[in-house]
Design a protein. Sequence first.
Length: 294
Amino acid sequence: MSEKKKGFSLAIIGCVFWGLSGNVAQDLFEQAHIGPMWLVGVRLLGAGLLLVTWSHLTLPVAKVKALKTRAYLPRLVCFALLGMIPSQLTYFLAIKHGNASSATILQFLGPLFIIIYLALKQLQWPRRVDIISIVVALVGTTLLVTNGNLNQLALEPLGLFWGIMAGVSQASYTLLPSKLLASFDAKLVVGWAMIIGGLCFIPTLITTKVAALSWLNLAEIGFIIVFGTMLSYLFYLKSTSYIAPATTGMLSAFEPLTASLVGLGLGTVHFTLIGILGACLVLSTAFLQSLASK
């Protein structure tokens, strides 16, 4: 297999795992009546421990210790509290109050909020392609959540709210760790951020009474931690070693595509042609930004 094909395969498999984890989480919310906060806590602690263990086994000891010094620890904590926790929690709340498909699609509004933030920070108008991306994203979101009927929402208001907040959180998750990722291995940074974030959910994990979980439920939780978090992240990250990051970004559209196809197959989500058009417009913003980055 050529390096290009290997990169494509890794990126697609990683995104498919991410998409499937959303469907699995939706099933846990509906069938096992597990709360989003409980599942986020378990996911962060479980995946964080796996990533940190992986880092300790593969990275130099000095590099691992350096992340926890005064120079970097405040940034790490900031990323965990303002980036990691919001991105995980808003995504699962969007699934809980909407569905996995709409949550993953609305999460693609992240680049829109990054554009707005950078424009305000730099006090200059966005580029032409950025303005086009904003318009396309807004039109697509409107079509997606109304199915073309402006007098009625196709999503519950809370599902729409948390979906948009998932996009905002995706932007903060992308922007906050930039300096840390320039100095340290990504899986080390993300792993420790997950553990720090997961510790904040300890009170919820201790006090929440979870109904008896079946073997299927436990397998679903394990899938979210191992495949939907650790392996999906590692595969996606590794793909950038073989293909350009812009290409990897475009292939991330396989995440909402997977969630949507599985949702349609299970009958948990229904799209009209207008809704499908809206979803395609939202996803196209990632392609516009990737092409512009070239």
